[in-house]
Structures are given as structure tokens and as C-alpha cells.
Write a protein that binds this ligand. Sequence first.
Ligand code: AMP
Length: 404
Amino acid sequence: MKAPILVINCGSSSIKFALVDQPPGAPRISGIAERLGSHDACLKLEEEHGNRRDISLPRATHALALKTILDHLGDQRPVGIGHRVVHGGERFTCATLLDDTVVRTIRQTVSLAPLHNPANLDGITATRRLFEHLPQVAVFDTAFHQTLPAHAYRYAIPEDLYQRHGIRRYGFHGSSHAYVSERLAEVSERGHGGWLIAHLGNGCSATAVWEGESQDTSMGMTPLEGLVMGTRSGDVDPGLHLHLARQLGMSLESIDLLLNQKSGLLGVSGLTNDMRELEQAAGAGHPGATLAIEVFCYRLAKTLAGLACALPRVDGIAFTGGIGENSSLIRARTLGHLKALGVHLDSAANSALARGSEGAIHDASESGSPEIRVIPTDEEGYIASQTRALITRLALADRSEEAV
Ligand code: AMP
């Protein structure tokens, strides 16, 4: 067993955490403190043996919630803390040890992620105060995509907007894509090679990875671009905003709300953003649910085919996230649109794969064709491993400096 790392993901009124000391997939203490600041704030704990506990924390601040989390870790004291930070801009290309200068630099990226980075920073500030003696590391959602070439990350808008305001594609879900890419290299005989990875959860993104490095990705300057998601539209005509403002008198705020929270699977189906419910409703003949699934799969396939341009060859396609790991229907429908890439699905293996488990679902008799794999993601495990690796490297560097 390795020394535990506490992984923290701070939102404006929530803190998700996990104590990671085992290999990926092993049981771990985890939980979420929700509705912080309100009278019904609560800490939901999931312990190693699957026991669940709810602890009421009326009006708890982030700091009090963090203290309560630590009290419930028992005698397992973390040796370091890894923070998920949504946006690292162009400044952060890898996991980074947090000090005052790094915190100030993250603050400078707030304009790029005004909803997420301030909450992440609040969590970092509270945690650094509480655990002064522990090394703390920021792991950025954008960092994995900093290997994109300029022709993939630049938008075709005036240069000045990039140079002065940092407007470009950054990409997100980096910890998930990086984790899946590392896992693919371990489980596939084709090794690192060229992979298309589809992370399909409430948020969805696809990435082309060559030799372990991100070459292009579907999310952009914000997580709104790209695929159809639970409540996000993904790509729309940029002219839509002007049309909605001029013809329907909508404000920028209401357009933002429409595209981020009322669109996607929810908007098309008119029913729900939950894929499980959509599959049931479509099975029962609901036309909106049927169309939402069709649009979702077609747009995903179209994006994967486009991302293939970023690779010298496609060794395989991998599915992850709540939908990618669990829905054989979505995988089959999407791959049905990708015959041009030469994919051959083993339909029986696809249907038989147990929910949430790892497996290969391509027809192995078609030897030259791309592999198709399902890899359950482990973003917390990735953040913990990056944190542990950095802390270990720095400790070794300290020791070798002492030796000089
Ligand atoms: P995530 O954000 O990764 O937790 O994924 C959430 C999404 O996964 C939701 O749309 C869920 O409906 C979907 N999901 C979870 N389990 C299943 C399942 N068995 N079949 C289809 N979709 C699922």
C-alpha cells in the first residue's frame, strides 16, 4: 500500500474528495460535501467497505467541511494533497507544486474559467491554511492538451485576440484522457500509438492522442464546444447568438443559460439529460428521446472521424465516462457511423461487457482494423499519481541538494 494522497475538487458550494492509496479501481474512502454555506449542508461519505454515511453540517464553510473530512479519514493521514484545477491557461503544462506565486498565476487565468477557477482557488486557499505542513499540488484539466499544435488550437479569428487575450482552444477532461491513454498503452499490444478517446459523461469530449500526447480535442476555450452533452449544446453556428439576440431579444446571459443548461440531450429530448432514462424512453417509443440519442451518436462519430486527421494512423477507439463505460447501445450506434474508419465491432462482446468494466469489444478476426476498447476512467487516481510523483521527485531533489 502506498502513502495516501487526498484528492480534492472544490466547487463554489461543494467539495468532492477521495483518499487514494491503492491502485486504480480499488475501493477508497471518498465523498462529497454539498450545499456548503446553507442550512442543509451535508457531508456524504463512502467508506472503503461500501458503507455510506451522511453527516449534517449546517452552514458549514469550505474550511469546516475540510476539517470534518480529515477527522473521518481515521488514522490514514495523507502525505500530500492533489487539487483538481479546471483551467491552467498556457502557463501550466503539467502538475505543479502550489506556493504563493503559483496561486497568484492561477488567479490570472480566472477570466478564462470564471465559474470554475475561483471555486478551485477558494478550496486551495482553505486547504493550504488548514494543512500548512503538507505539500499540495495543482493538477489542471487543460494541461494534457498543451501539446496541441497551433493549427489545432488556434481559432480562425484575428491574431490579436489570441496574443492579447489568450483566446484559443484549451481542451478539458485532461486527467481522464491522460489516464485512459496511459491505461491503453498498458493493455493494448498496439501500445501508445494513435488513439481516439471519447469521454462521455454529463460533460463529453473526444481527444486524438498520438504516442501519449494530445494532438487535438473537441472542447475549446470553454467546455461548451464540441460534442452534444447532457445539458450543453456543443457546437452550434456562431451566428446563432446574434440571431437569438436580434430575433428573440435574448440577453447574453439567457443565451449562455440556454446553451449550457437547457440544451444537449435535455434540449433535444425535451425529457431529461440522463442517458439511462433516455434509453428507456426511446425503447418505449418516445420520439424526442430517440432523436436525442441519434443526434448524440452521429455528432460523436463525426467528431471522432474529424479527429482522425490529427493521427498518422488510428490504432483504436476508446470509450470512457458514465455513458462510454456503461452504454453498449451508444457505443454500437456511434461505431455504426464509423465504417469509413474500418472499425469492426464485436456486437456480442459489446453487449456482454459488464457495466463499468474494462474490455476489448472489436472483432479480433479483422486483424488490421482499429481496436475498440472500454476503459473505466479514474481521474482521482490520475491526480493522486501525478501528485505523488511530483512530491517524490521534489523530495529526491532536496536530498540530492543536501548531498552536494
Ligand atoms: P458521469 O458524468 O461520468 O458520471 O456520467 C453520467 C452519465 O452517464 C449520465 O448521463 C448517466 O445517465 C450515464 N449512465 C450511467 N450509467 C448508465 C447506463 N447503465 N446506461 C446508460 N447511461 C448511463
